[in-house]
Design a protein around this ligand. Structure first.
Ligand SMILES: C[S@@+](CC[C@H](N)C(=O)[O-])C[C@H]1O[C@@H](n2cnc3c(N)ncnc32)[C@H](O)[C@@H]1O
Length: 347
């Protein structure tokens, strides 16, 4: 038998090229709080139009909602003007703002900030310049965002949304039996510390970040009743010393900065750790062949849009930097989806 040759197929080109259409429908629905309303009770087409002040034709309101049905994010009984919509199981758990399992913060930020900034990707590629609210201001991402309390909160919730699955996986997969103390450098809303403390009752944690973040971190720690084992510290991780602890974690930190600054932070972690201590990064670490991890590769482009100098990296890159800093062995634990923990041990 002759081997069959695969015919060229345009389907995936179109799926990716037009991918921002369904993406924008989902982001708009999250931003409007559609799934939060539907978690309370199913709603008819007319009720949804009224609730969100949609003045478009019924036909277009149905198009919007039925796109979410086709994507399996909504369920529907009836059709057209008689349709009644309710949440699918996943959206009911993860996109209802009133549940602690809400992960839509990252989608709200995608809608409100990054959807627009990414339309300048070609400009970023040509100029190598960042494209967000810090553009032309001589500030970094955090100085620009933390001027606005609303944007600060949105950013912290976005970080929780994108990382919470990874933090739960890390807290349950990493062997904490040899350790007692942990510091999460750039800990944002303290969600990593909260998950580690929740799943490892012998661990005490410190969530270290810039001062504007502390109030939200404390709110979260109190909400989970963990203030006896989690404290917050404010400071600048480039200029202030790191606390002396057994495990130092950096989630989505190294990718914000240049290679030189990455190496400085890894060296500071090495110096702060005891013999046998562990340094952990939690990121969308790119596969060594740079041909698989689409989220890791596009996250790196997001660093161009957001920070200019930052970039994501492979596990080989991590190993190289960790060994330059003095660490002896490295390891990698797969977490949720395409993310993983890269770990360097000081022995
Ligand atoms: C991309 S967020 C990651 C947050 C969290 N670790 C996670 O994995 O979701 C980076 C964090 O680093 C903090 N950060 C940025 N520059 C800092 C600095 N110089 N000193 C301390 N924290 C800083 C920011 O406030 C922010 O919370």
């Amino acid at each position: 038998m002759q081997p069959t040759t695969q015919q060229p197929n345009p389907a995936s080109i179109m799926q990716v090229g037009l991918g921002f259409w369904p993406s924008k429908v989902l982001l708009t629905a999250v931003n409007e709080g559609l799934f939060t309303h539907l978690a309370k009770k199913p709603l008819s087409l007319k009720e949804i139009k009224h609730l969100f002040h949609w003045h478009c034709m019924d036909r277009h309101a149905s198009d919007f909602l039925d796109t979410l049905v086709a994507l399996k994010f909504l369920k529907r009984e009836g059709i057209g003007e008689n349709a009644i919509y309710s949440n699918a199981d996943d959206t009911n758990v993860f996109l209802d703002k009133e549940k602690p399992s809400y992960i839509g913060g990252i989608l709200e930020m995608m809608n409100n900030r990054l959807f627009g900034f990414w339309s300048n990707l070609d400009e970023a590629m040509k100029t190598g310049k960042l494209q967000n609210e810090a553009a032309n201001q001589g500030e970094n991402l955090y100085e620009a965002i933390y001027k606005s309390p609303e944007k600060t909160r949105e950013f912290v919730h976005a970080m929780t949304g994108i990382q919470i699955g990874n933090f739960i996986a890390f807290s349950t997969k990493f062997d904490f039996s040899k350790y007692k103390t942990l510091c999460d450098i750039g800990g944002s809303g303290a969600m990593l510390s909260i998950q580690v403390a929740k799943h490892n009752p012998h661990m005490s944690c410190n969530s270290f970040d810039l001062p504007p973040i502390e109030a939200v971190a404390k709110e979260n720690i109190n909400y989970f009743n963990l203030s006896d084992r989690i404290k917050t510290t404010t400071g600048d991780f480039f200029t202030d010393p790191f606390p002396k602890v057994d495990v130092i974690v950096m989630g989505h930190i190294l990718h914000n900065w240049s290679e030189e600054k990455k190496l400085n932070l890894i060296k500071k972690a090495y110096e702060a750790l005891p013999e046998g201590g562990a340094f952990v990064t939690i990121e969308n670490i790119i596969d060594n062949q740079r041909s698989q991890n689409i989220l890791g590769l596009t996250m790196s482009l997001n660093m161009l849009i957001e920070t200019e100098e930052g970039f994501d990296y492979t596990h080989d890159d991590f190993e190289n930097w960790a060994k330059q800093a003095g660490f002896k062995t490295v390891d990698q634990i797969p977490l949720a989806g395409p993310a993983s923990a890269a770990i360097a041990y000081k022995y």
